[in-house]
Design a protein around this ligand. Structure first.
Ligand code: HEM
Ligand code: CA
Length: 267
């Protein structure tokens, strides 16, 4: 018991306190970076059940951390025991989002800065980026890495991207495509939590610029190779980094509250 939340993607702004679940004008959900977040209904219904059987005991921050933990295990990743006892925040401000999250256009130095401000190391950055072995992304998150010329031919903007992969991405995300289209983060095994993400990086098939840079930069290249060659090493590192991620700025004691509904603070 704690005595943070895996709002993965480092959406732990004032600590992992489920602030991202709060609805209303000007909350964190109003930032475009949070537009694609989903699963709120699942968290809310878990909370509703818990309130029936065990009222005002389990925080939304714990539910979120445990859900992220379980998502990894269910898709074949390591099962990790994590402490509980996080309390929920009472504040959620859109202005706090931008300064605290990594954008896909960030350089390695930018990423290091944000990660270290949360107590996360370079090794944590490489490890936690491995979450992109599952899930999907909207075209807008990577479409600036290539262009389609007037003859429909590929023009590579980011030369670090594999040409045939870029061509595939371009055909899935043609100019003028619907903004709701999504593409798998891991083109090989998008529903399996495995080390394929790192193999993709070696093949220059990292979907986001922020993924590719992990191979490009010599400070992280060896770790990428290591994880690509040895899934056990990735999983072991994941256990440690995930535990750190879910412990960032946890509220305990008199700090925060146990929300009755995850989408709103207690009255
Ligand atoms: C290192 C900086 C990171 C950047 C720049 C980044 C960026 C992104 C972007 C742009 C998307 C696609 C969103 C969309 O278009 O819908 C995404 C998806 C995703 N990210 Fe990250 N991310 C980062 C780190 C992380 C971390 C640390 C985790 C978890 C530990 C994570 C887990 C995920 C997952 C699971 C998805 C797929 C979501 C889905 O399928 O709906 N990411 N990320
Ligand atoms: Ca995978």
């Amino acid at each position: 018991m704690f005595t943070g939340t895996a709002e993965c993607n480092l959406k732990c702004l004032q600590g992992c306190d489920a602030s991202v679940l709060l609805q209303g004008n000007g909350t964190e959900q109003s930032d475009p970076a949070n537009k694609s977040l989903g699963g709120f209904a699942v968290i809310n219904s878990a909370k509703r059940l818990l309130e029936i059987f065990c009222p005002e005991t389990v925080s939304c921050a714990d539910i979120l951390a445990l859900a992220a933990r379980d998502a990894v295990a269910i898709t074949g990743g390591p099962m990790i025991q994590i402490p509980t006892g996080r309390r929920d925040g009472r504040e959620s401000l859109v202005a706090n989002v931008r300064p605290n999250i990594v954008d896909t256009s960030f350089t390695m130095d930018d990423m290091i800065k944000i990660f270290s401000s949360k107590g996360l190391s370079l090794e944590d950055l490489v490890t936690l980026s491995g979450a992109h072995t599952i899930g999907a992304a909207h075209c807008s998150a990577f479409s600036d890495r290539f262009q389609e010329d007037s003859h429909g031919k590929l023009k590579l903007i980011d030369s670090f991207l594999d040409t045939s992969y870029a061509r595939e991405l371009m055909s899935m995300c043609p100019a003028g495509a619907s903004p709701s289209i999504t593409v798998n983060n891991d083109p090989e095994t998008s529903s399996a939590f495995d080390n394929q993400y790192y193999r993709n990086l070696l093949a220059h098939k990292g979907l986001f610029q922020s993924d590719s840079v992990l191979l490009e930069d010599e400070r992280t290249r060896e770790q990428v190779k290591d994880f690509a060659n040895d899934e056990g090493r990735f999983f072991e590192s994941w256990r440690q980094s995930f535990l750190k991620l879910t412990s960032i700025g946890v509220k305990t004691g008199e700090d925060g509250e146990i929300r009755r509904f995850c989408s709103e603070i207690n009255g």
